[in-house]
Design a protein around this ligand. Structure first.
Ligand SMILES: Cc1ncc(COP(=O)(O)O)c(C=O)c1O
Length: 403
């Protein structure tokens, strides 16, 4: 619209020559109030139905629509609230959880916060075992809800000191103990298959053509992949993996038999651990500052959609860290390192699939949980990371192109 015709319509012209109404139409998001839903039944009914947002700058950069499911806005602050609620309610339905019961779990942190919140709201005790390296903010959150926290050394899964075994054994020794086992409990998968995935499919108006996310237990990846592939087999479902994990190799070398050693035997080892046969995959040699993601064994949740995964990206920590700061500074989105890594992977999938696609990923948890680590520059420097300047970061050239 020309300035002259806009003036005829009563539009005020701003100093830079733009028209006020056109400017507002292009930038303002807030809308008049719409009728609200009635009060929900307690905080647990507020889990799920999280917003799906378009990341505007990254969408413009890639020529795709990059969507992010805001799981950090769940009441316990992460995607793991969903699995926590589903696992506990399944325990109740099965009669394994009764008044006076105590919930036990081995957790990378967020499942612990979700379980502590659900346990508090439902009146159960909670004992949560986790590696001592976990962010203090997550430990504080669990203790705030009254959970007992057991810190374990960072040891291999086969060690009885590993947090997984400490939780399992704690529950076995407690007559009123209930072990959730998020890695192999398919209620974790179900919480995404029946919750997160149908929500994002409907919110995107069935436009999603690509999906990518990292794995801690595999529940989010497998549950969403399972649902999306049922809607449309052509939707590309990808894994994002940090260094130090095993899944990138496990997924990306399926076709050329990369899981075989030089003699043709399997590189994966099966071992008997705690009464179960566990398949271990050789881990990548590096390590990562991300928390809650990356695994070295085949969990039941991950296995559920393994055959449907179309490919994998290995994401560098330095890119995830720059993305965390980019999201904060340019998109106004304050999230943790696994969420930032997922967004890097969403850009890579957009670049791989080409312009016009709609890619969705998950913002697993919020940034406040990592204030003392990811968002403390001196801590980053102790890990060998020096951030680029914000001008350079915001130009996004560091994201390059994935040929
Ligand atoms: C911060 C964070 N991101 C991602 C994940 C991975 O989710 P999932 O267990 O569904 O694979 C977790 C799991 O604990 C997590 O804590």
């Amino acid at each position: 619209m020309s300035i002259a015709s806009s003036l005829l319509l009563g539009d005020e012209v701003l100093n830079d020559g733009t028209c006020l109404n056109s400017f507002l139409a292009a930038t303002c998001i807030c809308q008049p109030a719409t009728p609200t839903t009635p009060p929900r039944r307690g905080v647990l009914a507020a889990i799920g139905n999280t917003p799906l947002i378009k990341l505007e700058h990254l969408s413009a950069f890639t020529g795709c629509t990059i969507l992010a499911k805001c799981e950090h806005l769940n009441p316990g602050g992460s995607v793991k609230d969903r699995a926590a609620l589903y696992m506990i309610e399944q325990g109740e339905r099965a009669g394994e959880l009764q008044p006076g019961s105590t919930i036990y779990e081995g957790t990378g942190g967020n499942t612990g916060v979700g379980l502590a919140m659900v346990a508090a709201a439902k009146g159960y005790g909670a004992v949560l075992a986790m590696p001592a390296s976990i962010a203090q903010e997550k430990i504080d959150a669990m203790q705030t809800f009254g959970a007992q926290v057991l810190l374990t050394p960072s040891v291999p899964f086969t060690s009885p000191e590993h947090y997984f075994h400490r939780a399992r054994e704690g529950a076995a020794a407690d007559p009123k103990g209930y072990w959730c086992n998020q890695f192999d409990n398919m209620e974790n998968y179900n919480s995404h298959y029946t919750g997160t995935a149908p929500e994002l499919w409907a919110q995107s108006q069935k436009t999603v053509t690509g999906f990518v996310v990292a794995c801690g237990t595999g529940g989010t990846l497998a549950g969403i992949t399972g649902y999306l592939k049922e809607q449309d087999r052509n939707i590309q479902c990808y894994l994002a993996d940090p260094h130090g994990s095993a899944l990138f190799d496990y997924v990306s070398h399926r076709d050329d038999d990369g899981t075989k050693d030089e003699e043709g035997g399997s590189r994966c080892k099966q071992e008997h651990v705690g009464g179960e046969t566990v398949t271990f995959i050789p881990r990548d040699t590096g390590n990562s500052v991300t928390e809650g993601i990356g695994i070295g064994r085949v969990t039941k949740n991950f296995a559920a959609s393994y055959a449907d995964i179309d490919g994998a990206f290995k994401i560098e920590d330095k890119d995830a860290i720059e993305m965390a700061y980019f999201l904060k500074e340019k998109e106004g989105v304050y999230v943790g390192p696994s969420a930032a890594l997922n967004v890097v992977a969403a850009v890579k999938l957009a670049q791989k699939m080409g312009k016009g696609n709609t890619i969705v990923t998950v913002l697993c948890d919020g940034g406040a949980r990592y204030k003392s680590k990811l968002y403390t520059k001196s801590w980053l420097e102790t890990k060998g990371f020096v951030l680029m300047g914000s001008k350079e970061r915001n130009r996004l050239q560091w994201l390059g192109r994935d040929e």
